[in-house]
Design a protein. Sequence first.
Length: 345
Amino acid sequence: MTDLSDPIAQPDAGTRSRLLRNWRHVLRTSNPPAGRVDPVSRWLVLTRASVLPMTITAAAIAGLLAAFHDENVRWGLFALAAGGLVLAHVANNLMNDLFDLEVGTDSDSYPRALYAPHPVLSGTISRRGLLTAALVVNIADLAILVVLFLFRGWPMVAFALGGFLLSVAYTAPPLRLKKHGLGEPTVLVVWGPLMVGGTYYAASGHLPIAIVVASLPYALLCTAVLMGKHIDKIPWDAPDGTHTLPVLLGEAKARALTKAMMVSFYVLVVLLIGTGTFPIPALIALLALQKLAAVWGPFSQPKPAEPPEGFPIWPLWFAALAFVHTRRAGGLLVLGLILGVILGW
């Protein structure tokens, strides 16, 4: 049995490769490696670091768009904003685990504790420790916001406050947006206009409406991941009265909507290239259609009764399928934007 609370001694040259393998395992599966777990792996599990690449990609899209449009980019401010986004995502993950536990949503039999260790229910950290960690991360994020405010003014406060309030309201009473079918639109807004738009503003000092539109393709992919996760949770959420969008729509319609979101990414990329908002090399993102084809079949039928052998995060299924597609499509889009910045077209 894996022990999340048992740190190992400081690594020497002989253990570094094992540590790297452990960290890759956590980032790939959201689960700790077998045996004794080092402190870094422990916190990667606690913060659900496996999903942080979605936020890093959103920040990269914002910075590359600013560079492509020949804005007077202040890369130091961009780096601060990008770091702030990652910390905000970490804080959101910690707070969601805390709030869902407090309101009784998370339990030993709920998917959150089945696909990966729940921070508190697994005994990895206490409620007080989880709250302290969330406060520390939020304080660090606030310090970054103060710097961005000094350079970019009140709009940075609006972006940050909007993201924070939506993140808290996602699971916390009294709003509990997830419980009322509003969690999915919240993710679209946060990963789109707030993340990409806010980081673009930090880097350049203004935010054209075209960039707000350009934030939507990748935000749709991130929303598709959440849709997949909530489809997976229908058997638990529906009896509990948690009316996520998939619960309200039903599984078949929710799967169809999720597929439409993934297809819309490609349609919007092509349209944004046509308007000159995305550079021509962003067409390379269309190579991810191969990955879309691979997940299309599974998304077109109900979830299997049993996981494939070695599948790491069961009972999540559609969430994993959507995530691997999002990772491929987002990575190729970033590569296309890099080429566009280099080539200038």
